[in-house]
Design a protein around this ligand. Structure first.
Ligand code: MEV
Length: 427
């Protein structure tokens, strides 16, 4: 059978599109949706990945009202899901009266892993590596003089023993300060570069040499307080602030104790995180992998956020997660919208961006929990409230339920509306 896709990668995009059109029976209009490559342009797209026939787009929205460490940020968010941007903005607005988000983060240190096999005695191999730590680090740093000139580079080494069914493995962790880069390229080049030296020192052989996406040395944190008054206002005064806080805590404790809920809880966090990671041209798979691995690091899958009440009865939310992103290199520079997104954010470093991302993750999660946990209560309160209004309007007996139901349906819970409905019922 003829291979229609023979040497597909060698062909120019327009020719590839022609082959695809024929293969999938695409109409000219359908082919045009792929050909219409927007800001990225076909040449850039073709240089970024393989077998390119076009591009795919996402809406670019703005998360608003974010006050982070006393500074206002406008947050570019790229996502296909409705309500995410509005929810994050709403949560940020509610947090403003208590000072918004306070954030912090570690130095941008990433881990490179080198797996060594066939080394004989683990302790001797380990000693040989640690005794030659400076030599290994300077060998690694030779591979990226630019990073070193910016104050980054390989800083430390850890040696770990991994037991497995096929025997013991020695895993070297090369800890590299990657400054404003995501770091994968720098790390992978360094790990590759030092492998012959590690083989020489241990007498073993290197199998894998690659970055770890469990970037637990590069954590970003954010904290916010949602005041009781704000929580109450968020329900249009229908539910007491304390009651909203308690409802959110109940939702949080389910996530803390049940992986089925926890996955969804963390998905809500990642709605916000990924939207900013994508807008800024960063690798969202790396951030996702890191986040979920970090959520399970204790051996139990846990929420990335936590909630508690302070002495005033306000709700405090906190988040901590690895955020391996960059503001230089990769698609942050090749994707035109990513460059614009970084300009809108006005961030000075990857560290600052990682903290903003943590704040958005927390805001997103808070917004989801608030909506989910209070929906039932609000409905309940609304029912009670609407019955009172019906009574005030003069409804009696079974008229009360009829009027109450109708004013909720109308989304107009007012005495005037109740009176109008009552008249109609009595006609
Ligand atoms: C939907 O994308 C995200 C939520 O399911 C998160 C959650 O349940 O916490 C609303």
């Amino acid at each position: 059978m003829e291979d229609k896709f023979h040497e597909f990668y060698k062909k120019p995009p327009e020719e590839r599109l022609k082959i695809l059109k024929e293969f999938a029976g695409l109409t000219e209009e359908e082919a045009e949706t792929l050909r219409n490559t927007g800001a990225l342009g076909i040449e850039t797209a073709d240089r970024m990945i393989e077998n390119v026939v076009g591009t795919s787009e996402l809406p670019f929205g703005l998360g608003l009202h974010f006050l982070v460490n006393g500074k206002e940020y406008v947050i570019p968010m790229c996502i296909e899901e409705p309500s995410v941007v509005a929810a994050a903005s709403f949560a940020a607005k509610l947090a403003k009266s208590s000072g918004g988000f306070k954030t912090s983060s570690n130095d941008p240190v990433m881990i490179g892993q080198i797996q060594i096999m066939g080394f004989g005695d683990f302790d001797s191999a380990r000693r040989a590596i640690l005794d030659n730590k400076e030599k290994i680090l300077s060998n690694a740093n030779k591979r990226d003089s630019v990073l070193v000139s910016f104050g980054g580079g390989a800083k430390d080494i850890e040696v770990r023993k991994i037991e497995s069914k096929i025997g013991e493995m020695l895993v070297v962790h090369l800890l590299v300060d990657v400054r404003d880069a995501m770091g994968a390229n720098a790390i992978n080049t360094m790990c590759e570069g030092i492998s012959p030296l590690l083989e020489e020192l241990t007498g073993g052989y290197v199998r894998l040499k690659i970055i770890s996406n469990l970037a637990d040395k590069r954590l970003a944190r954010a904290k916010a307080i949602w005041k009781r008054e704000e929580l109450e206002k968020s329900t249009k005064g229908l539910v007491k602030g304390e009651e909203v806080a308690d409802a959110i805590l109940e939702a949080y404790y389910l996530a803390l104790n049940d992986p089925y809920r926890c996955a969804t809880h963390n998905k809500g966090v990642m709605n916000g995180v990924d939207a900013v990671v994508i807008a800024t041209g960063n690798d969202f798979r790396a951030v996702e992998a890191g986040a979920h691995a970090y959520a399970s690091i204790s051996g139990k899958y846990k929420p990335l956020t936590k909630y508690y009440k302070n002495d005033e009865g306000d709700l405090v939310g906190e988040i901590e997660l690895p955020v391996a992103i960059g503001t230089v290199g990769g698609a942050t520079r090749t994707k035109p919208e990513a460059k614009v997104a970084l300009k809108i954010l006005g961030v000075k470093s990857a560290k600052e961006l990682s903290e903003i991302i943590a704040a958005v993750g927390l805001a997103q999660n808070f917004a989801a929990l608030r909506a989910l946990a209070t929906e039932g209560i609000q409905k309940g309160h609304m029912r009670l409230h609407s019955k009172n209004i019906a009574v005030i309007a003069g409804a009696k007996g079974n008229e009360i339920d009829k009027v109450a139901k109708k004013i909720i349906e109308d989304k107009n819970i007012s005495v005037d509306n109740a009176k109008k409905i009552l008249e109609e019922i009595r006609k």
